[in-house]
Design a protein around this ligand. Structure first.
Ligand code: CA
Length: 227
């Protein structure tokens, strides 16, 4: 694959370049945001690996500008460890996935495969899981033929979980993403809040919101075994 890596930290950039090349990918490296944006705009790539904190133009701005130009190349963001706000903002701006630093190279490769498979999906498409549908543009949520009335917070939480379907989202990340950094909300409140969301979303089988004890929550659609 043709991969554009935009990363200003020299060691990390070199690690990515070498590692991806060893996997047989063609890698183009950009050292700052402006350069990365220009290269992404001018040539076609299968995937763009984009650091968020960059000189001259940050990764979220680059993603937004590319999407405004109708460039739908899959974007994988690299974010700092506790940057829940970056993650939500990045996904809202049209990034396809993210990875928090430090990450294992195997996970990076898996995510690259995954976003490249997804290809250039327009970000305006609805999120779907089983018969649950969330339309980020109109902010409508339906399950089967029922329209669900969610509060803005419930909508944010559901969107976060659906964008990460199949992946466990930690309670800390949820609190920071939905309530913001330094929020006073505690984990009991989150539990109560998820219970309310379940009463709206999971009124029928199969249940889609699952608790991962001691960690957080995951949305998953478990298909019935084929007969
Ligand atoms: Ca950086």
């Amino acid at each position: 694959m043709q991969i554009l890596v935009v990363e200003d930290e020299r060691r990390m950039a070199e690690l990515l370049r070498r590692g991806l090349a060893e996997e047989g990918h063609q890698v183009v490296l950009a050292r700052d945001g402006m350069e990365g944006f220009e290269i992404a705009r001018m040539s076609a790539f299968d995937v763009i690996v984009l650091d968020v904190m960059l000189p001259r133009m940050d990764g979220i701005t680059i993603t937004r500008k590319l999407r405004e130009l109708k460039n739908q190349t899959p974007v994988l963001l690299l974010t700092a460890r506790d940057a829940a706000q970056d993650i939500v903002q990045g996904l809202d701006c049209g990034a396809d996935d993210y990875l928090t630093k430090p990450f294992s190279f195997d996970v990076l490769l898996a995510r690259i495969r995954s976003v490249s498979r997804r290809g250039a999906i327009p970000r305006t498409v609805c999120l779907e899981l089983g018969d649950l549908r969330l339309d980020p543009a109109s902010r409508r949520v339906t399950r089967g033929s029922d329209e669900l009335a969610l509060t803005p917070r419930e909508f944010s939480l559901l969107e976060l979980l659906m964008r990460n379907s199949g992946r466990v989202i930690g309670r800390e990340t949820i609190l920071e993403s939905v309530w913001g950094h330094g929020c006073e909300v505690n984990e009991n409140t989150l539990e109560a809040f998820v219970r309310l969301l379940r009463m709206k979303v999971d009124t029928r089988e199969p249940k889609l919101i699952h608790t991962v004890r001691g960690v957080g929550y995951v949305m998953r659609h478990v298909m019935r075994q084929a007969e």
